[in-house]
Design a protein. Structure first.
Length: 173
C-alpha cells in the first residue's frame, strides 16, 4: 500500500520565493484549521542517515529517536508537503505530524512553519531565506530552546519538543 501525506484541498504547490516549491493557500484558512498531515515510515536516526540521499529534507522528527520518512522515490513524491521555514510562520504543529493554522491565512499566502517547532536534532543547520523582519539568519536543531520562541509558539510545538521544554522548565525551578 502506498503511503501518502494529506494536504487540504484549499492548498496548492507552487514556486516559492523562500525555497523551491512551497504550499500556498488557494482559499482563506481559519485559525485552528488542519492544513496537512505528514505520512511516512517510522524509522530511527540511523536509517534516516543511511537513506539521506533519497530522503533529503523530506522527513519529520516525531520523537527524540524516531522520524517519519519515505523509503522509495514514489513515496518521496507522495509524502512531500513542501512547507518552507519562516521565522514568522503561519502554521504550527499539532501532535507530531499535523500542520495547523496558528492564525487566519488569506488566499495566496505561502504556508510556513518555523522548523524550531518540530526539529530537535542538534546537527541540523539551515541558512534562512525567509526575509522576514525577525529572521534568525541561521536555523538550528537547538532553536526550540530559545525562550522567546517557546513563549511565541506555546501549544504549537511537536509533542516530543513540548515534553523537552516541560522537563527543561521543571529543572529550572
Amino acid at each position: 500500500m502506498l503511503i501518502k501525506s494529506w494536504v487540504s484541498p484549499k492548498t496548492i504547490r507552487a514556486k516559492s520565493e523562500i525555497s523551491g516549491l512551497g504550499l500556498f493557500a488557494l482559499e482563506n484558512i481559519v485559525q485552528g484549521e488542519v492544513v496537512a498531515v505528514k505520512a511516512g515510515h517510522i524509522v530511527t536516526e540511523d536509517i534516516l542517515i543511511k537513506n539521506k540521499v533519497l530522503i533529503r529534507d523530506n522527513y519529520d522528527q516525531i520523537t527524540d529517536e524516531l522520524y517519519l520518512v519515505p523509503l522509495n522515490s514514489e513515496e518521496d513524491e507522495q509524502t512531500l508537503i513542501c512547507l518552507n521555514h519562516s521565522c514568522e510562520p503561519n502554521l504550527g504543529v499539532g501532535g507530531s505530524a499535523i500542520s495547523v493554522a496558528m492564525r487566519a491565512i488569506k488566499a495566496g499566502e505561502e504556508l510556513t512553519h518555523d522548523y524550531a517547532m518540530y526539529l530537535g536534532n542538534a546537527n541540523f543547520r539551515l541558512k534562512c531565506n525567509c526575509k522576514r523582519p525577525n529572521c534568525r539568519k541561521i536555523i538550528t536543531g537547538n532553536d526550540w530552546q530559545i525562550t522567546q520562541l517557546q513563549k511565541r509558539y506555546k501549544g504549537y510545538f511537536a509533542w516530543y519538543l513540548s515534553e523537552r521544554i516541560k522537563k527543561m522548565t521543571q529543572s529550572q525551578i
